[in-house]
Design a protein around this ligand. Structure first.
Ligand code: ARG
Ligand code: GLU
Length: 712
């Protein structure tokens, strides 16, 4: 008895080493995770989450445009995602007169729903392990590029066969750095219409100030509707299309959240790198992040000034600003977190263990003996071009004209017919580009970012034209920028369209003599000669080493359950509703309420304006069925392991019902893309009760709630 209770206490003390960490593959849940999930309180089965024989939760989940997640919440194709995921669409439909960003948008009937060119949602029909087929007879020692082309042709065969006679698509992706390959058969709908979005003062409440932070009070949600042809199959936009009937949609629970309740997040996390060696973490926190942050810091300051000075620029640059600021802030949090959590030291400890493990066995020595040294050498080499890569990607490509030039340069220097599909496509792209482009703003960005590029690039690698002007104008960057911008022929949509109308020798020649275009070409030539090849060579090498390293780690840590890094494929994370202690002496609650919105209100600060209607509802405590007595819940935190792309993902309870929409992570936990800490890493979700309250009571769109299946 004594021994038993000792054992019991012992088990309580050592918490499972990788608790809550992981983004799992839905079709492997039964085998890998179901028991853990049930132990945490899940009442449904792995088969209810993913099944190929019957409808399951996965049939309600979509990749929203390839960058976010959405979920079906009615049998009429109603889709819930984040406000920041639909932000681009809301912005596209907005003008200074009809400003849906500021005022919100609500379709009061189906006819008012707004189509969105270019937007798609993608369902997963099924997934399957195709490792054996993909890797059959491919020698392990093949050079990386030969291996890749052999694999690519295998993939082409397998996917072709998988979708024969259907309207589906199939993709095969590497997992664990190419130790495994899984196939995804998908169905893509392109008629996706905007149904509703709250005003930014709700959907983006807290703005960039609160972004990546807890406590949070953002009603970050938007509604769309998926339409299909009358046969229920995907069809391009047509007024004759009908709402899509999904195989499954999520019932919505109004029961709310308590500490330690089971939660899972089902969605499309984009990219994580949890298994990096110490050299990569070192490069990230000591070089890559600090420089990227510095460049964006400046860009954001320039844009902010321009946007404050003009309403038109504010609308044009709203989405661009938000996405620039989003990564910028994440990198700051990530670096801080990794340093505080001693990420680098932890990697080194694992590597020391690894070295011992290899040393202990002659066979391992043959297979893995040189691995750590090879990592060291290849990162050393990558380090020699890393800064240049960053300054080209972030500073040069951070200038919109440089991106335009980059697209244009893709056409090469041979004439192309104006009806060529490439040209036709590019016409559309140019139209969108100039809709949200301000010449003076970009000129200011050029002055700022080119200066940084100039200062952080070795003189011998700088474009001659830039050095010349710099000398001529004595380093006055406003003047330098003006000399480029006042002479460019890329200045307007019309000018570009004219070139596209007649992409002939004459026009190509004019383009090549354009100062902005020529500058881009010089930088590109330098990149292609000196930077890109080293990057490619080292990245290929790293891929190969990582493949071996992961295979070895999985042999070494036999008790650990490994999950593959996120790669924009469908995953399940599970955990519990959890608060956390950000620092000594402080403990947060796991939820926030409308009280906090009133506390944060600041009419002088656009991030914290509270709409009058919301204040009235607060004053009268008119919360309908969504409040808990006189309390209106707004957001909550849980321990699900999530990343970019999980935005809009449903947070689902033990019964398989929707309780929230994931939209962010906490500041102290943004390092989880590189290293997850169960005590510190939290995802942040909008409480579904707040979402419904806003739809119903604030927007008066109760007809939408009637479509949903509400569980009390
Ligand atoms: N940080 C969240 C994510 O990575 C939210 C971003 C949108 N919100 C914002 N204030 N910019 O997407
Ligand atoms: N906001 C993120 C997104 O756009 C999700 C939060 C995260 O990175 O965890 O997907």
């Amino acid at each position: 008895m004594k021994k038993l209770s000792f054992l019991f206490v012992f088990f309580l003390l050592i918490k499972p080493l990788w608790a809550d960490e992981g983004m799992w593959l839905p079709f492997l849940l039964k085998q890998l995770n179901e028991a853990d999930m049930k132990a945490r309180g899940m009442k449904i089965s792995a088969e209810d989450i993913y099944s190929i024989n019957k409808s399951s939760l996965k049939d309600a989940i979509v990749s929203f445009g390839g960058f976010c997640t959405g979920e079906m919440i009615s049998d009429q194709g109603l889709l819930l995602t984040n406000h920041h995921c639909g932000y681009g669409q809301v912005q596209t439909h907005s003008t200074v007169e009809k400003d849906y960003l500021t005022n919100g948008f609500w379709a009061m009937n189906r006819a008012e729903e707004l189509p969105n060119a270019g937007l798609f949602v993608r369902f997963i029909v099924r997934m399957e392990d195709v490792t054996t087929q993909v890797l059959k007879d491919i020698p392990t020692q093949l050079p990386e590029n030969e291996r890749q082309s052999a694999i690519n042709s295998r993939i082409a065969e397998i996917t072709k066969k998988a979708i024969e006679g259907t309207h589906y698509e199939a993709t095969i992706r590497p997992f664990f750095y190419g130790n495994e390959y899984y196939m995804f058969v998908t169905e893509t709908f392109t008629d996706v219409r905007l149904v509703g979005a709250p005003p930014s003062s709700i959907g983006k409440f807290g703005g960039d100030t609160d972004n990546w932070m807890w406590t949070r009070h953002t009603g970050d949600f938007a509604l769309f509707r998926v339409y299909a042809g009358v046969d229920g199959k995907p069809a391009p936009y047509s007024p004759l299309n009908v709402p899509y009937r999904p195989k499954h949609f999520l019932p919505i629970s109004l029961k709310g959240v308590k500490m330690d309740d089971f939660t899972m997040v089902f969605g499309f996390p984009g990219r994580t790198t949890e298994y990096l060696p110490s050299q990569a973490v070192d490069l990230l926190i000591n070089e890559t992040n600090p420089h990227r942050i510095k460049i964006r810091d400046l860009k954001l300051r320039i844009l902010d000034k321009e946007m404050k000075a003009s309403d038109a620029v504010r609308i044009q640059y709203a989405a661009k600003y938000a996405s620039t600021a989003n990564s910028w802030k994440k990198w700051i949090g990530e670096s801080k977190g990794l340093k505080k959590f001693k990420g680098l030291e932890k990697k080194k400890i694992v590597e020391a263990e690894f070295a011992n493990w290899v040393e202990a066995d002659p066979n391992r020595k043959v297979q893995y003996g040189s691995l750590l040294a090879e990592f060291e050498a290849v990162y050393q080499k990558q380090r020699s071009v890393n800064l240049s890569r960053i300054y080209i990607d972030e500073a040069v490509q951070g200038i919109e004209f440089m991106r335009l030039a980059s697209r244009l340069s893709g056409f090469g220097t041979k004439p192309i017919d104006k009806n060529d599909p490439k040209i036709v496509d590019f016409r559309k792209w140019t139209k969108d580009f100039f809709k949200d482009f301000n010449f003076q703003t970009d000129q200011k960005v050029f002055a700022g970012l080119m200066k940084l590029y100039f200062e952080n690039t070795k003189a011998e690698n700088l474009p001659a034209s830039l050095k010349e002007k710099h000398a001529q104008m004595k380093g006055d960057w406003d003047e330098i920028a003006d000399s480029f911008y006042s002479q460019t022929l890329m200045s307007s949509e019309e000018a570009i369209q004219q070139i596209l109308d007649d992409y002939s020798e004459n026009n190509i020649d004019r383009l090549l003599h354009d100062p902005v275009f020529a500058l881009f070409k010089e930088i590109q030539a330098y990149d292609q000669a000196k930077i890109a090849p080293v990057m490619k060579e080292t990245n290929d090498k790293i891929d190969g080493l990582m493949r071996t390293y992961l295979r070895a780690l999985r042999e070494m840590q036999t008790k650990r359950k490994f999950y593959p890094d996120a790669n924009s494929t469908l995953r399940v994370s599970f955990g519990q509703v959890k608060n956390y202690t950000p620092k000594d002496g402080v403990q947060y609650l796991h939820y926030t309420t409308l009280d906090g919105i009133m506390e944060k209100e600041d009419p002088e600060n656009e991030d914290f304006v509270v709409p009058t209607k919301l204040k009235e509802l607060y004053a009268s405590k008119d919360y309908g069925q969504y409040g808990v007595k006189d309390m209106m819940p707004v957001c909550f935190t849980a321990s699900n392991h999530t990343t970019g792309g999980n935005s809009g993902s449903p947070v689902i309870n033990a019964e398989g019902h929707l309780i929230g929409t994931n939209f962010d992570r906490n500041w102290e936990g943004t390092m989880s893309d590189v290293m997850y800490d169960p005590d510190m890493c939290r995802n942040i979700a909008v409480d579904i009760r707040y979402t419904l309250f806003i739809i119903d009571k604030f927007a008066g769109a109760g007809h939408l709630v009637k479509e949903m299946k509400i569980v009390r």
